[in-house]
Write a protein that binds this ligand. Structure first.
Ligand code: HEC
Length: 112
């Protein structure tokens, strides 16, 4: 099962996010946050509470494996409106975004 393999990968990602996403410089973090609200927000809602796309708030991401969400961001979901972002985002950046969404600080002005 594909999801089973992804959950194993998800468990590896339970390391603290800064260990994995330390390659994202501070200025880039600000840019990613702007992208999240402007570009992702056009489908996922201005405050990411859901719109055309589902809510990206921590409470709604539930126990979906991080790797599953990172793959969704990088490769999109074929057959749905979710586009691939791998031409704009690196894996580290997508990882950082998922970590931030999980931490629930996406709507605060600075992170963390
Ligand atoms: C054109 C509209 C659109 C844009 C822009 C968009 N998304 Fe999505 N996204 C969707 C839709 C629709 C889904 C649900 C796909 C499905 O039905 O499985 C989705 C799903 C997701 C999921 C999986 C959520 C879950 O609970 O499984 C994540 C994570 C996600 N998007 C993140 C992002 C991020 C981060 C961005 C910006 C870099 C973004 N999306 C931009 C439409 C969009």
């Amino acid at each position: 099962m594909r999801l089973g393999r992804l959950s194993c990968a998800g468990m590896l990602l339970m390391l603290p996010w800064w260990v994995l996403a330390q390659d994202v410089p501070r200025e880039r973090q600000t840019a990613l946050k702007a992208l999240l609200h402007q570009d992702c927000g056009s489908c996922h809602g201005m405050t990411l509470q859901g719109g055309l796309g589902p809510s990206l708030l921590a409470k709604d991401l539930g126990n979906k494996p991080d790797e599953f969400l990172i793959e969704t961001i990088l490769n999109g979901r074929p057959g749905t409106a979710m586009p691939p972002w791998n031409s704009l985002l690196t894996r580290d950046e997508a990882t950082w975004l998922v970590r931030m969404l999980r931490s629930g600080s996406e709507n605060s002005p600075s992170h963390p």
